[in-house]
Ligand binder design. Structure first.
Ligand code: FAD
Length: 323
């Protein structure tokens, strides 16, 4: 979707101001995920007569949380029973709201969804590659600090051997060396080595404290070879991704708090258990065919417009006659 330009970054600067609904004009929204419910909310506010058809028995779509006592039967027929302790939950779909998802953040505030920070980057977490450190997991902070230290040392060597003279002015050269010394925590010889200064970033063998044995001892740095393992440096570069940057948020109590809050705004508009099978556009509007799952009855509804939020992978299996 991103490649096709359909998943572009948000330009959200406030909710849409929809006006001009023809009196009595109707819209059928397919799917009660966040996209469908939000479309329905804004369209209803603008004066359209809106109905949402949703296949499942709950709102939210992929925005979903599982708690103790829940059960779910998968497409293949296997039933998963959730036996978490009270208060625990799992978000099988989305977990994280980046700070730049401004549209969603706006509606969370408007619909009263309490948010809290999501711990996206944990410097104390383990990083693992079977090909590095003899397969032993290591702390993120240690490998991240060692990676930048070793790379800084190598770059400083290249600069000092005049290998980058065609790229750097004399002034830039001095500034770069100074930056590498500070950023990479290099010693006076521009080498990356174990020291208390390095340990102030990657952690100590014995952390500074009080009392007679309060003096810190530095930790031993890792060699360059291990931190060059792709799984190791990829883990670090992951957090540079725009959509993975901190500050990240999550709803208090589970991701489905968002779906539930959206559903409170449009609860009277949703028909659950409605499996859409056909979308047909005509001269005067659109006809939707759906199966009422409990009764197996096939029904048709007509409207002037249709907003379809059924994911493309499912839509491609439906009978869609639109121009
Ligand atoms: C594992 C996973 C992790 C993710 N993590 C993140 C994350 O951390 N942060 C983030 O921002 N995004 C994340 N996403 C993406 C995010 O979940 C989706 O972009 C978003 O939920 C899509 O919302 P939607 O309303 O467009 O679609 P959906 O939520 O899929 O809603 C579509 C609705 O259509 C219904 N439907 C389907 N077929 C029919 C039919 N035939 N008839 C009637 N109704 C039908 C479905 O039941 C569903 O309710 C993640 C997605 C997944 C799967």
């Amino acid at each position: 979707m991103t490649a096709l330009g359909h998943a572009a970054p948000t330009t959200f600067s406030g909710p849409p101001r929809l006006t001009g609904a023809r009196k009595g004009a109707s819209v059928i929204v397919l799917g009660a995920g966040l996209a469908g419910m939000l479309a329905a909310y804004e369209l209803a506010k603008a004066g359209y007569k809106v109905q949402i058809l949703e296949y499942q028995t709950r709102p939210g779509g992929r925005n979903w949380s599982l708690r103790g006592g829940d059960s779910y039967t998968e497409v293949g027929g296997a039933t998963q029973k959730v036996a978490f302790a009270p208060g625990n939950y799992l978000n099988p779909g989305p977990w994280r709201i980046p700070y730049h998802h401004r549209g969603l953040l706006h509606y969370c505030q408007q619909f009263g969804v309490a948010l809290e920070p999501f711990i996206q980057l944990n410097h104390n977490a383990y990083v693992h590659s079977s090909k590095a450190f003899g397969g032993k997991p290591q702390r993120y902070r240690e490998v991240a600090v060692d990676f930048k230290g070793h790379i800084s040392e190598l770059l400083a060597k290249a600069v000092n051997q005049n290998a980058l003279d065609d790229k750097l002015t004399k002034e830039d050269r001095e500034r770069l060396l100074e930056a590498l010394r500070g950023w990479g925590v290099l010693d006076k010889n521009m080498a990356y080595s174990s020291s208390l200064k390095v340990s102030a970033q990657r952690g100590y063998d014995h952390a500074p404290g009080g009392g007679v044995d309060g003096a810190p001892t530095p930790s031993q740095i890792f060699g360059l070879k291990d931190v060059l393992d792709p799984k190791i440096w990829n883990t670090m570069s992951f957090y540079f991704n725009y959509v993975m940057q901190t500050t990240m948020f999550q709803p208090v109590g589970g991701m489905d708090m968002i779906g539930k809050a959206f559903a409170r705004q449009v609860r009277n508009l949703i028909t659950y258990n409605a499996k859409v099978t056909k979308i047909a556009q005509g001269e005067n509007g659109v006809t939707i065919t759906y199966q009422d799952i409990p009764s197996n009855a096939v029904r048709e509804v007509k409207a002037d417009w249709c907003v379809c939020t059924i994911p493309a992978s499912i839509l491609s299996q439906l009978d869609v006659q639109v121009s």
